[in-house]
Structures are given as structure tokens and as C-alpha cells.
Design a protein. Sequence first.
Length: 278
Amino acid sequence: MKVLLADERGFCFGVERAVDMVEDALENKETVRTLGPLIHNNEEMGRLSSSGVTTIAEPVQIERGETAVIRAHGVTPEVQGDLEERASKVVDATCPFVTRVQRLASRAAAEGRHVIVVGNPEHPEMVGVKGYAPEHSFVINDSSELADLPKLKNPLVVSQTTIKAKTFFDTADAVKEIAEGETEVINTICSATRDRQDSARALSGEVDAFIVIGGKHSSNSRKLVAVCKEKCDKSFLIQTADDINPDDLEGVETVGVTAGASTPNWLIDDVVRKLESL
Ligand code: SF4
């Protein structure tokens, strides 16, 4: 069976960087503890935990002598300060794209402006960003929530890195209509998700079947399957090579492979090896 890989697949820049930083700390023989799971992939988490990496839920769980890792989503300045006080070392693996949103929010707040962040207020990335402008910022899912906010003054509108562009721009337009003064709009959406979808879409017309590697509960991975199905009926979501069902691929000569942004390369390699052996 011929296997064709989507150009953009697997680990995004921010996740790869975070995993590399953890690997460096392990090489230094540090006791590594991540605040929250480093990555939404069970197999990679299993690999890291077998190398000694443990996860904590609260900064209070970290102890002297240990290295605390801030994952790609970032944290509030308070949480970072707490970790710095308790741990012997803090590895800040906040994705630079997220750091940018934090800095923009902090700058606008310092100028006395309101900050509208379009995103899910419950998402850890948004909790962290909100901490950079606690008094001045509002995290909202979309424009329908604007009615609940106080009068906005010279607002800055930014976004969670992973939301849909349409939601962001529709909300920004609605802010412009109701805000006092000038509204500054800065698109802080990261292109990793869209790049993976575009790349899968481009390949899906050339193959008889498509395998997407990612978590069964990952909405990004499920969306990748939906994109592949637009042109390729036989598109399947699997977590590991063991999930490949040869019956699904009967008569298939060329198969496409892609993977969600939390899927490590070693899992992709396993799947490719298995497909090539069929
Ligand atoms: S999806 Fe984008 S913003 Fe999020 S960690 Fe990956 S590269 Fe960074």
C-alpha cells in the first residue's frame, strides 16, 4: 500500500517546543512536574510519564528540588509567581503565540483600555490571558455576550489562538459598533489548525482512504476527519497503529495520513510502518 503524508501534520510548533523543553530538563536529570497535562495525547503522556514526568493540578503541589513546567497554554502571572516561589526551577513552555496575546492584553490594560478576548472563558489559555488584564478584560465566546458587558472604551479585540476566524471577525465588527472611541483589532489566531486542515483537504482528492491519527475525543482531530471525508469517504480516526482495521482498507492502493497537533512523530511513524506492511 502506498502511503502519502499530508505536508502539515502532527505536533504544532508550540507543542513540539514544550515537549523539547521537557526533554531537555529530563536530560539534566531534573525532577519534572507539569502544571496540568503537557499535551492532549494519551500515548505521548504515557511515554513522558515512563521517563519520570508527573503532572500536578495546583502550584501548591510543587516542592523545592523540583522543576515546574508551564505548558503551551500559559498561566496567569500569579500562578507563575507561585511556581517560581515553590519550585527550584520553572520552565516556561508557554507558546510564543500565546505570550503575544498575554502581552497585548497587558499593554492595553496599562493604557486604561478595555480588552475583549474572543474565546472560551473556561479554556486554560483564556484563564491565563485574563490574568494579564484582570480588571480590564472580558473573555467572550461571541458577539451575543457583548450585551452583558459595561460600556467599552477604546477597546482592543484579540482572540484565543485556536478559534474560528469568522467568530473572531464577526465579534470584532460588533464591538466596533458599540464601543466608545477607537477599536483596535489584532487577529491572534494561530494557523496550525487551519494549515493541517488545508493540507489534508489538498491530499484527500488523491487517495483511496485517509487515516487521521489523534485522540478520539479531540475536536481538532474529528474536524480533520470531517475535512478528509469531503473528498474521501473512507476516512478514519485512529489513536495508534493497533486501531488500523485491515478490512476497512480492502482494495485500497493509496492511503493518506495526517495527524492532529498533539500527535507525536513516533506515533505517525508507527502507523506508516503498519500501513506499508499491509
Ligand atoms: S496551536 Fe498554535 S498557539 Fe497553540 S500551541 Fe500550537 S502553535 Fe502555539
